[in-house]
Design a protein around this ligand. Structure first.
Ligand SMILES: [Zn+2]
Ligand SMILES: [Zn+2]
Length: 309
């Protein structure tokens, strides 16, 4: 009896040891915000334990780090960031955590746009808050750039875990094929729009990469002065631009206040046509729980608002 059970027990012990080892070998990955978190999960799959600092629906600009964030950084094997002054909260947090993990800026090697205005505005009610950034940080809004993020993640994971490298690269290649199909979907859809019906209004200037890649013009409120921390928005200037470009729709943004947009809608004959996702994914049950869904939702919302009726 004993002898017949023994092989089973040995088997069980060995299997348990292996699963403990597999558990221990998982890479501890910290991603600065939800969109990068999605890319990391696509590439890392079962091999990583992922902690996202600024979660779905949250704005990295106003994020207040928690003690648990410093602990996650201290235990991290790899830290994934956007770079280009996007995560204002991060450098102090990294220093405070004492982490020795590599800090990867995923925009490295991406097609980066200089910002001639030296930064962009966020609307806080009627106040225009200037976010200084010589290069526009919202690089993920072009799908070609997202593919660079994904390749950078695969290489960062390979450097930290050579054993999983083959799988990281295979996952990245598979996901980048899906991104290529997404890119084509957006191009095909925009091509169907008449050239004079390609302008929309958004709450903050987060879509310059989308504009550059796909040829939709995004108009957004500007501050009256870049000197002041917060200043009044130049509503009259924006309304002039809306008429000049014959903009077709106004979009709210998941992370932005809509009060100013409501005012602009009232002063033009435009309606708020929906909500776009710029700097954060939605919750799991929302329309943008992952990057692919987010970009499709944004593109399809813009196109259905602009399509001739
Ligand atoms: Zn910003
Ligand atoms: Zn932004």
């Amino acid at each position: 009896m004993k002898n017949r059970l023994l092989p089973g027990i040995i088997c069980y012990v060995i299997t348990s040891l292996f699963s403990v080892a597999a558990q221990a070998e998982r890479l501890n990955v910290v991603a600065s915000f939800s969109i990068i978190g999605d890319f990391a999960q696509q590439v890392g799959g079962e091999h990583i334990d992922l902690k996202v600092l600024v979660g779905p629906g949250s704005d990295a600009h106003v994020y207040e780090p928690r003690p648990a964030d410093a602990m996650a950084l201290a235990g991290a094997d790899v830290v994934l960031t956007n770079g280009l002054s996007f995560e204002g909260f991060l450098s102090r947090l990294i220093a405070a955590s004492g982490t020795d993990a590599p800090i990867i800026a995923l925009t490295e090697g991406a097609h980066v746009l200089d910002d001639p205005a030296g930064g962009h505005y966020h609307m806080n009610g009627d106040e225009a808050v200037f976010h200084a950034a010589a290069q526009d940080p919202h690089a993920w809004q072009s799908v070609a750039n997202a593919q660079v993020y994904v390749e950078n993640i695969a290489e960062a994971f390979c450097a930290a875990d050579a054993g999983g490298c083959e799988e990281y690269r295979a996952n990245a290649a598979r996901y980048n094929d899906e991104l290529a199909a997404l890119d084509q979907h957006i191009r095909d859809a925009v091509a169907d729009l008449p050239p004079e019906r390609r302008s929309v209004v958004v709450a903050h200037n987060a879509f310059r990469y989308f504009e550059d890649a796909y040829g939709i013009t995004f108009l957004s409120p500007q501050g009256v002065s870049t000197e002041a921390e917060a200043s009044a928005a130049d509503v009259a200037g924006l309304i002039r631009e809306i008429r000049q470009h014959d903009a077709g729709a106004i979009f709210a943004e998941s992370i932005s206040d809509t009060r100013l947009l409501d005012r602009i809608a009232a002063e033009t004959d435009l309606e708020i046509a929906g909500t776009l996702y710029s700097d954060a994914l939605s919750a799991e049950d929302g329309p943008a729980p992952g990057y692919l869904a987010m970009m499709r939702h944004n593109a399809d919302s813009i196109l259905s608002a602009l399509a001739p009726r």
